[in-house]
Design a protein around this ligand. Structure first.
Ligand code: URA
Length: 189
């Protein structure tokens, strides 16, 4: 695996490790601050992301931006990536084999970034990054420390658009995130 962000992104954009490359328009590598202490991980690109090559740019992305803003953060303060870098057809869940094939890219992003806090947006990311039986409904907002890194799972913004009644709880998770940033992060935002 390459040792720089530039080389990693270049290689990732040429990836054909699973069949999602056949239907993608763009690889959605990830965006944000390469020195960020907070990493957000989503599930995979949707139609807008596939068209633009940037994560979370559709309606769900706007909601994510709003939630970040409420706690005083901008996209450029954090790093945003996905479990799978190519859009699954019809926005279906990524297949386990697709997530598995894609994980080396995220692992390298993780290694280069060395985040202090990881926020998993939705079940797919939380079950992959925290625990295979993680329940967002029951465990959202709780920080779980692994090797000195704090992981938290919360509602996926697209799920919040479908079920706005969960927004206050999601907001609570972002307030908890802000507090955790104050505790463990060095940068002032
Ligand atoms: N949903 C995700 O999980 N990731 C994106 O990048 C966009 C929508």
């Amino acid at each position: 695996m390459p040792d720089t962000w530039e080389a990693l992104e270049h290689d990732c954009k040429n990836c054909r490790e699973c069949s999602l490359w056949e239907t993608r328009t763009n690889v959605v590598f990830g965006v944000g601050n390469q020195n960020a202490e907070v990493l957000f991980i989503g599930e995979g690109p949707g139609a807008n992301e596939d068209a633009q090559g940037v994560p979370f740019v559709g309606r769900a992305g706007h909601l994510l931006d709003d939630m970040l803003e409420i706690i005083g953060l901008k996209r450029d303060d954090v790093y945003i990536a996905n479990i799978v870098k190519c859009r699954p057809p019809q926005n279906r869940d990524p297949l386990p084999a697709e997530s598995e094939a894609c994980m080396p890219w995220l692992r390298e992003q993780f290694r280069l970034l060395r985040p202090k806090i990881v926020v998993c947006l939705g079940r797919i990311a939380a079950q992959r990054m925290i625990r295979p039986d993680f329940s967002v409904t029951k465990e959202h907002g709780t920080f779980i420390e692994k090797n000195g890194i704090f992981f938290m799972g919360t509602f996926h913004p697209a799920a919040l658009l479908r079920q706005p009644q969960n927004k206050p709880e999601a907001f609570g998770d972002f307030v908890a995130l802000r507090d955790k940033i104050g505790e463990v992060c060095v940068h002032t935002y």
